[in-house]
Design a protein around this ligand. Structure first.
Ligand code: NAD
Ligand code: TYD
Length: 349
């Protein structure tokens, strides 16, 4: 029997992961702990919230006593840890909350797992979800491999790198069974519209300006979020304890090319004349310390466990655009704070 504590399950990647686990493993108990910050909301999971193998708890990964109670009450034997502050621009404005959530929160969770499991680590797993940004930035050549030295450049990346180090330290020092995966940029449904792809879709749709940092020449490796959730599922079940797995899309794009693709597809979808929204492009001041290029080599995961992305970028982008255009009320609700009301009604606070 697996009783899995998923943290950050109301966020973008977390909600896709929770949905997949709840639907695919009816005999597991999935306990979703999420603080419901601006980035997490329960609309993301309304399709599965009534399932009998699913429990939601609103709370903070920094709350030691709450974690002890959850481990005890639900007999938690696995953790999939996604809760985090996740936006680089916010980390540049306010790095402290990134240290509190991403570093101290992870440490608190590790500590409670270690104590609750009380050195009986058989069939236990602490699976930590991380990012490729811990490796720093690449020039035009090369890829991040699992052995690439850490060289985080933004406060977000530094906080995730630090959390990875603590996870490994608990594996080494206390023999806590850990796995870490480091993934490239995700896109897809339910992503908060502060990140590049949903922000662009929203702005093109509303005919608002699209802020392009610098010259738009920075490169990201994009992966469809459901492919990331599938990778998490497969690593959780088949990954080797103590190992790190890189997850990526083999799908590098310059930002400006992603933006032009989105303009083309959204305009076509809305029946507008080709190129209508190109006028919305605004080159703005570059992000401070903007990482030039990320690119993941996911060969290890492919060779050892057989995972590879299932969706081509254009297909994933089309699905994503359709989802955002058909769910504009979701964008309004999550950006208006209306979801807090939903939470209170749902859970009768
Ligand atoms: P997100 O910002 O959409 O969601 C984060 C979730 O964590 C939210 O639901 C939020 O409410 C919750 N949370 C924040 N602070 C919390 C706290 N103190 N206690 C409990 N819950 C808290 O993030 P995401 O994009 O879904 O990313 C999920 C994880 O995957 C993060 O660890 C991130 O570093 C990692 N990651 C993200 C990407 C990406 O492209 N988005 C790529 C690689 C790795
Ligand atoms: P983002 O989605 O914030 O992810 P990350 O910084 O973690 O890679 O940004 C993706 C890329 O798009 C990054 O190079 C910054 C750039 N960007 C813009 O040019 N304009 C924007 O409004 C945003 C949000 C990002």
């Amino acid at each position: 029997m697996k009783n899995i504590l998923v943290t950050g399950g109301a966020g973008f990647i977390g909600s896709h992961t929770v949905r997949l686990l709840v639907n695919n493993y009816p005999s597991y108990r999935i306990v979703n702990l999420d603080l419901l910050t601006y980035a997490g909301n329960l609309y993301n999971l309304s399709d599965i919230e009534k399932k009998s193998n699913y429990t939601f708890i609103k709370g903070d990964i920094n709350d030691y006593q709450l974690l002890v109670t959850i481990f005890d009450k639900y007999d938690i034997n696995s953790v999939i840890h996604l809760a985090a502050e996740s936006h680089v621009d916010r980390s540049i404005k306010d790095p402290l909350i990134f240290a509190k959530t991403n570093i101290l929160g992870t440490l608190n969770l590790l500590q409670v797992a270690k104590e609750s499991w009380n050195n009986d680590f058989e069939d236990k797993l602490f699976y930590h979800i991380s990012t490729d940004e811990v490796y720093g930035a690449l020039s035009d050549t090369g890829f991040f491999e699992e052995t690439t030295p850490y060289n985080p450049k933004s406060p977000y990346a530094a906080s995730k790198a630090s959390s990875d180090h603590f996870v490994r330290a608990f594996g080494n020092t206390y023999k806590l069974p850990i796995i870490i995966s480091n993934c490239s940029n995700n896109y897809g449904s339910y992503q908060f519209p502060e990140k590049l792809i949903p922000l662009c879709i929203h702005n093109i749709c509303q005919q608002r300006e699209i802020p392009v940092y610098g010259k738009g020449e920075n490169i990201r490796d994009w992966l469809y979020v459901e492919d990331h959730a599938k990778a998490i599922d497969i690593i959780f079940h088949e990954g080797k304890v103590g190992e790190t797995y890189n997850i990526g899309g083999w799908n590098e794009w310059k930002n400006i090319d992603v933006i032009k693709l989105l303009i083309d597809k959204v305009d076509t979808y809305l029946g507008r004349k080709k190129g209508t929204s190109e006028k919305l492009i605004r080159f703005v001041k570059d992000r401070a310390g903007h990482d030039y290029r990320y690119a993941i080599d996911a060969t290890k995961l492919n060779k050892e466990i057989g995972w590879k992305p299932s969706l081509q970028f254009e297909e994933g982008i089309e699905k994503t655009i359709k989802w955002y255009l058909n769910n504009q009320d979701w964008v309004t609700k999550v950006t208006s704070g209306d979801y807090q009301k939903y939470y209170e009604e749902m859970y009768k606070l």
